[in-house]
Design a protein. Structure first.
Lengths: 102, 651
């Protein structure tokens, strides 16, 4: 390519400050997680970052972008290692079914 | 000072990867994956650019509960012609006859492809032997109209993986985490033949340039145009947040023609303004035809199209006396016509008048055992956003479909309340205009799935995907590669990296929020020429003053920013589409204060918009521009019909 974009790309390590999050859609259990990074691989929104330590749990860097469809949970090989947390306001009520009064 | 997080991937903002192929597919969802397979089966070399990860990407990447309009499945009692005609007429003619005919005629072929790649399309485990919705010989399970049997219940959780397997078997090459950002045309000219596309890698930030003889757009429909929640942008809408009209924006920039984008309905779904789709008590779509009860446990009456109260559950799955068949599911019209209207529960207003008490509940315990298991187990267990967040989460929290009823909120099934100016593309919205090869007006540029106008559903995505893919392959076989015009490529690259150089600016979330507010004000429930013109001017300000100050640091930011730019571009197309139609239309949910007459005969046509050297051109096409469905289809698909593999299309 003959020309470069009209900016100076950073060189070396890139550090950035993640956004503050309102919701925590995903909880990873560090004890159970085997660091396979399948969740990182499948996520539509690419909201995880892999752990730089081999076998370490990924981190959730862009939680606001979660679509809450649960592919990360579905593909995780270790039951319970990753949990999807529905926002409080989206939790619905259920109760024992009952028949109408006579 | 906060040092922050170290970006774990190599940074390659200065790198360009060059790729050559015959057919390039933009987007690897249900439609794009199938387009890849269709093109490869026809002998083309194929590359797919996928912004996410193909194994689970797209609106149906995490599953689907039903497949509509498989009119050539061996149990269907409705022909593709009858069903397409019903879909067209029940939308007042404002529907895509070509794409829905393809859906009806070839959907079953695609189900067989998916099954051959180990997707589960029938009850092979014999879980529902003897059920009224099961065919004994084929073990297929039907949804909605059990008499006519053209929509199927499927194990959609197995489908995307199967589609990917099928495509890879056909040697389709997938480039994951690469967002398509711009189309390249011959000489860089507007409206000229497409010669490739540019992409941006969401982890490394490198540019990917693909030279191709034909390009297929499979990037779904835009979201986040009117609805945006900065706290939870991912669930601002029903569709995945990655559906940002990328293909719409790219195609517009090269002169492609759009239609029906003036149609946006009052919003029905959003994870922040309504409950999780199909997560609250309801009796539609995934949950059809669950029994609903009031607070005291009294059953809510179901009625047929004539208002006759139904006395059995079985009747909810049958046409009314004298009715040929009924339409239900994602593609059903918002106001069902009498001819194809299916059973419904009484409206909330009617219920209150009759003394029923809120809140209402969906009560699976009152359903026959097999119906209960197929709704909660197969449907909720396989729909895209219900397996993990609904079925698994509720089960682990103690919900038992044999014991419990689930509360319904607000007005029936939608469980949300939206303002009139909160609009959404839901159901059958507009999109790219297509011919019988699913090519746009731009030579070599094809469109499939939900990027087409008036499109919806998994079966439609797969059927049009394969069809568009193989026609793109046929086109590519007749052409040589074109030359990439370097200045055009450089202008796309400049857009990619501009945010890196911005010191003080706006995050993408803030600009998206500003855009959605702007569209609610200028393109809400009521429209006038002045409002719409002001809307366009405001977009220019947003793009030039604030779009130019979008700030980003990581490759991930650059993707999100490119998406917001695309949403703004989509808003521009929408405003032009609204300006072009000088009449109100009930069919299009389109209300003009300055042209208050609804659906006058002279405006019963597709209005089109496209960008030209002389500005935006408005045009029109008749509602039946596609001609005779059967004749035109067969004329354009002789090879396919005669291929021994595709028995059902041959008939």
């Amino acid at each position: 390519m003959s020309t470069r974009p009209g900016t100076s790309p950073p060189t070396g390590d890139l550090h950035f400050v993640p956004d503050a999050a309102v919701f925590s859609p995903i909880y990873i259990d560090d004890e159970l997680c085997i660091g396979c990074n399948l969740c990182v691989f499948v996520c539509q929104a690419d909201l995880f970052l892999p752990n730089e330590v081999k076998g370490g749990a990924p981190s959730v860097l862009f939680p606001g972008e979660c679509w809450y469809e649960g592919s990360c949970v579905d593909h995780c090989p270790v039951p319970g290692a990753i949990t999807l947390n529905t926002q409080l306001y989206n939790r619905v009520h259920w109760e024992e079914s009952r028949m109408p009064p006579e | 000072m906060i040092r922050g997080v170290r970006w774990p991937y190599p940074i390659e903002f200065d790198q360009v990867e060059h790729v050559d192929t015959d057919v390039l597919v933009l987007g690897g969802g249900a439609a794009g994956c199938m387009a890849g397979s269709g093109a490869a089966e026809a002998g083309a070399r194929v590359v797919v650019l996928e912004k996410a990860s193909t194994i689970a990407s797209g609106a149906s990447g995490s599953g689907s509960d039903h497949w509509e309009s498989a009119a050539t499945n061996p149990c269907s009692k409705v022909s593709p012609e009858e069903l397409t005609d019903a879909m067209i007429r029940s939308h007042g003619g404002y529907n895509n006859g070509i794409s829905h005919y393809i859906e009806c005629r070839e959907g079953w072929d695609r189900l067989l492809d998916i099954e051959a790649a180990r997707g589960k399309i029938r009850d092979t485990d014999d879980d529902f032997v003897g059920a009224p919705f099961r065919d004994r010989a084929t073990k297929l399970l039907f949804a909605y109209d059990y008499v006519n049997r053209f929509s199927l219940r499927i194990w959609g959780q197995t489908f995307k993986v199967a589609q990917l397997r099928n495509a890879k078997r056909n040697k389709v090459r997938f480039l994951d985490r690469v967002m398509a950002t711009g189309l390249l045309t011959e000489g860089g000219r507007l409206g000229a033949r497409v010669v490739g596309a540019v992409g941006l890698h969401g982890r490394t930030g490198k540019t990917v340039v693909v030279r191709a003889k034909a390009v297929v757009i499979a990037t779904s429909r835009p979201t986040r145009v009117w609805l945006f929640d900065p706290a939870a942008p991912g669930i601002s809408e029903f569709r995945p947040p990655q559906c940002t009209g990328d293909g719409h924006a790219m195609a517009w920039r090269v002169g492609a023609e759009f239609t029906m984008l003036e149609k946006a309905i009052r919003a029905e779904w959003s994870g922040t303004r309504s409950f999780v789709p199909y997560g609250a008590g309801n009796n539609h779509n995934t949950w059809y035809a669950c029994t609903m009860v009031d607070a005291e446990g009294r059953e809510i009456p179901w009625v047929d199209r004539d208002g006759r109260e139904l006395t059995t559950v079985a009747e909810r799955y049958r046409p009314s006396p004298g009715q040929r068949f009924f339409l239900k599911g994602g593609g059903e019209p918002d106001v069902p016509s009498y001819e194809f209207r299916g059973p419904e529960t009484l409206s909330v207003d009617e219920l209150l008048e009759r003394g029923y008490k809120l809140p209402l509940y969906a009560d699976l315990t009152r359903m026959p055992e097999q119906e209960r298991r197929v709704i909660w187990g197969v449907m909720v267990g396989n729909e895209g956003k219900t397996k993990v967040p609904i079925m698994q989460a509720y089960t682990s929290a103690g919900f038992d479909p044999d014991k419990h009823r689930i509360q319904s909120y607000g007005d029936g099934w939608k469980s949300g309340g939206f303002l009139p100016q909160e609009r959404q593309f839901f159901g059958i919205p507009g999109g790219l205009m297509n011919d019988w090869e699913l090519m746009t007006n731009v030579e070599g540029l094809f469109a499939v799935g939900d990027s087409l106008f008036a499109s919806n559903c998994y079966g439609h995505a797969c059927a049009t995907g394969h069809y568009g893919g193989r026609h793109a392959a046929a086109f590519a076989a007749r052409r040589d590669h074109g030359e990439i015009h370097e200045p055009q490529l450089e202008s796309v690259r400049e857009m990619h990296y501009r945010p890196l150089g911005v010191e003080r600016g706006h995050k993408w979330q803030e600009v998206n929020l500003a855009l959605s507010r702007h569209m609610q004000h200028h393109c809400g429930d009521f429209k006038t020429d002045e409002l719409l013109e002001r809307g366009l001017a405001g977009l220019t300000e947003l793009e030039e003053r604030h779009g130019g100050t979008l700030v980003g640091r990581t490759p991930h930011d650059l993707i999100r920013i490119a998406e917001v730019r695309n949403i703004i571009m989509t808003a521009r197309i929408i405003l032009h589409s609204c300006l072009a139609r000088k009449a109100s239309s009930e069919w299009l949910h389109f209300s003009r204060l300055d042209y208050p007459e609804f659906d006058p005969p002279e405006w019963k046509k597709f209005v089109t918009v496209r960008l030209t050297e002389d500005g935006v051109a408005y045009g029109a096409k008749s509602l039946d521009y596609y001609g005779s469905l059967t004749d035109e289809y067969e004329r354009h698909n002789l090879d396919y019909i005669e291929s021994p593999k595709k028995a059902s299309a041959r008939r």
